[in-house]
Design a protein around this ligand. Structure first.
Ligand SMILES: [Mg+2]
Length: 257
């Protein structure tokens, strides 16, 4: 059941009863990779029973671990589950010897380290992450590969994520929309890894060693965080009216000082 935080705290029973938490990153505990102070207080108090579950496809788990550690939050790498890293892992496991990775350069570097066999010629598999250098030639390469028999793995369906001061950051889903505008992609050749699909949620619960029913998902996106959590039997709690105020209320409710 979807719970929304009310000023009277009357919907916070799932939080009080939760044995573990999955937490979104962008627009929830961080804006443009800067942690929010009240989210830090929550994370410090709950780190051992919390897993970060993010559709981010620009960063590695090590990046987030460093950002958290600077604010005094200690989390293991397996407590940070990122759609981009998961998409690259899927490509590495696929056995494809001709994979085109569209992403920022550092994620292509990670792909190579993870054993993804990369090419820019006649790819049979394409991995689409948030690519801030997406160009016409890259679009042309993907569209023509998909017009053939290539398969497509997409890190996340989000079209934007929130930056600071209300600034919108275009996301991987916007690039996918550009590809889909040019060519039809059969469902059996398309895999979208990130939320709302179940895999990140289930992996997070498995890291916590908990059943989804005893875990609360906290996120700012009703379509990906909340609907996705609900679909696997978790409680979803929407960050509202904004992350700072939400976590302040949550910290008070859980009596974290
Ligand atoms: Mg978010």
């Amino acid at each position: 059941m979807i719970s929304r935080l009310s000023p009277s705290h009357e919907l916070l029973d799932p939080v009080a009863e939760a044995r573990g938490f999955l937490i979104d990153w962008d627009g929830c505990c961080a804006l443009e990779n800067r942690l929010l102070p009240s989210a830090v207080r929550f994370l410090k108090a709950n780190a051992p029973r919390t897993v970060i579950v993010s559709n981010n496809s620009s960063n590695t788990a090590e990046d987030f671990q460093r950002i958290l550690a600077k604010s005094g939050v200690e989390m293991r790498l397996d407590q940070i589950i990122l759609a981009g890293v998961e998409a690259l892992a899927r490509a590495a496991q696929s056995g494809s010897s001709r994979t085109l990775v569209l992403s920022d350069p550092r994620m292509r570097f990670l792909a190579r380290r993870m054993g993804v066999a990369m090419t820019s010629e006649r790819p049979e598999l394409i991995v689409l992450l948030r690519d801030t250098r997406f160009t016409y030639p890259r679009l042309e390469a993907v569209v023509n590969a998909m017009a053939g028999q290539a398969r497509l793995i997409v890190s996340n369906p989000d079209v934007t994520h929130p930056g600071r001061a209300g600034h919108l950051q275009p996301e991987t889903g916007a690039l996918l929309a550009a590809i889909k505008a040019c060519v039809a992609i059969p469902e059996d050749r398309l895999e979208i890894i990130g939320k709302p699909n179940p895999s990140l949620f289930l992996k997070g619960c498995s890291v916590l060693g908990l059943e989804p029913s005893s875990v609360v998902m906290i996120g700012d996106n009703p379509a990906t965080d909340i609907a996705g959590a609900e679909a696997v039997g978790m409680h979803g709690l929407l960050v509202t009216p904004g992350p700072e105020q939400f976590f302040r209320t949550l910290v008070q409710t859980l009596k974290i000082v």
